[in-house]
Design a protein around this ligand. Structure first.
Ligand code: ADP
Ligand code: ARG
Length: 369
């Protein structure tokens, strides 16, 4: 690889100087110390990724939580002085000497219905990110590569059988009205995310982007949004066993048809360091009127069970009518089944807490009569 152009280096130095004095709470700000910056700023991966490609979203958005993306698989190694501490902190302890365990999806039968105690869960969703070996991530993809990737994934999605069978459609063939409808039903990715845009993930949009849906919209695959693929299983209600069973079947079949990118240490690789290892986010849409009024207790309880609270329309959104999206936070350093169990056990505790609060309220009401 060519050494970095001095004019580009001067710009990077200048941007870093400005970033250093921002009041950012991102993991990028915390771990990109002057020492680390000076050590890694001249490096370039074989495919041409620079440090700037990995940090440009965090530099442009000081309110990022993480602020860092890998421009290609090699970035995780070449810029490890920065990625390792971010990964360690986000995934709740994953030191440079640690290895992600061998994939183990377990038996979905071990997960029951989350609504056993009452109808709190409106819908359940399990998704994973997957990248295809041989292609870099968003900032380095050319328009031709987006088109090729779409074709490769499109072929793999053809001829899925039974309840998995469905249709892939390019984004450019879906009217804006229909896109809006799909978004409202939580089936389609949102567009114009400023974190992704600044990361260089929206280039050539909508080239190569699209969505696969099975007949009853319970299996969804996003193509070339944040990642080459997002494989999603979802349905109404709290039957996480059923959702996970479909997810495992789909991921297994697609993994036999496509070479998913992975590393021995970090498991499945994707664009964002939050989506490594299992790359699984298992979430519920759950209505919690009482905990919703006591956000501190909700956040503290979620954190105690390694869960993350998001708004009704996902990341960076607000809860509407007390409907929260709660999911496992850690995706690396534990098996697929362990990630699912973490979410399952935590959600049951949260439901129990909401019930206790309801009962506490009704005791108080009784006493006051
Ligand atoms: P990710 O793809 O990483 O899960 P988001 O947080 O942006 O990213 O969520 C994507 C979409 O999935 C959003 O529309 C969100 O509301 C929806 N979603 C997440 N969990 C559920 C769920 N349990 N039921 C229905 N929709 C969900
Ligand atoms: N870059 C954004 C931030 O730091 C999102 C990070 C995690 N989410 C994601 N979709 N990869 O806040």
């Amino acid at each position: 690889m060519e050494p970095i152009d001095p004019a580009f280096m001067a710009l990077l130095d200048e941007e870093y100087e400005k970033f250093k004095v921002t009041d950012s709470h991102s993991l990028l700000k915390k771990h990109l110390t002057q020492e680390v910056f000076d050590k890694i700023k001249h490096r370039v991966t074989a495919e041409g990724a620079t440090l700037h490609d990995c940090i440009k979203s965090g530099l442009a958005n000081p309110d990022s939580n993480i602020g860092l993306y890998a421009a290609d698989a090699e970035s995780y190694i070449l810029f490890q002085e920065l990625f390792d501490p971010v990964i360690d902190e986000y995934h709740g302890g994953f030191e440079p000497s640690q290895f992600h365990p061998i994939s183990d999806f377990g038996d979905p039968i071990d997960l029951g219905d989350l609504n056993e105690l009452g109808n709190y869960v409106l819908s359940t969703r399990v998704r994973c990110a997957r990248s295809i070996e041989g292609y870099p991530f968003n900032p380095l993809l050319s328009s031709e590569m987006y088109a090729e990737l779409e074709q490769d994934v499109g072929y793999a999605l053809e001829d899925l059988e039974g309840d998995l069978s469905g249709k892939y459609r390019s984004l450019k063939d879906i009217s804006s009205e229909e896109q809006e409808e799909l978004l409202e039903k939580h089936l389609l990715f949102k567009q114009g995310d400023r974190f992704l845009e600044a990361a260089g993930a929206s280039r050539f949009w909508p080239e190569g982007r699209g969505i696969f849906l099975n007949e009853n919209n319970t299996l969804v695959v996003w193509v070339n949004e944040e990642d080459h693929m997002r494989i999603i299983s979802m349905q109404e209600g709290g039957n996480i066993g059923e959702v996970y069973e479909r997810f495992v079947r789909a991921v297994t079949i697609l993994g036999e048809r496509l070479p998913f990118s992975s590393s021995e240490r970090l498991g499945f690789l994707s664009f964002c360091p939050t989506n490594l290892g299992t790359a699984i986010r298992a979430s519920v849409h759950i209505r919690l009127p009482l905990l919703g009024e006591d956000r501190q207790t909700l956040e503290e309880t979620a954190a105690k069970f390694n869960l993350q609270v998001r708004g009704t329309s996902g990341e960076h959104s607000e809860a509407e009518d007390y409907v929260f999206d709660i999911s496992n936070r850690r995706r690396l350093g534990l098996t697929e089944m362990e990630a699912l169990k973490e979410m399952y056990d935590g959600i049951r505790e949260i439901i129990q807490l909401e019930i206790d609060m309801e009962e506490g309220n009704s005791q108080c009401r009784k006493k006051s009569y």
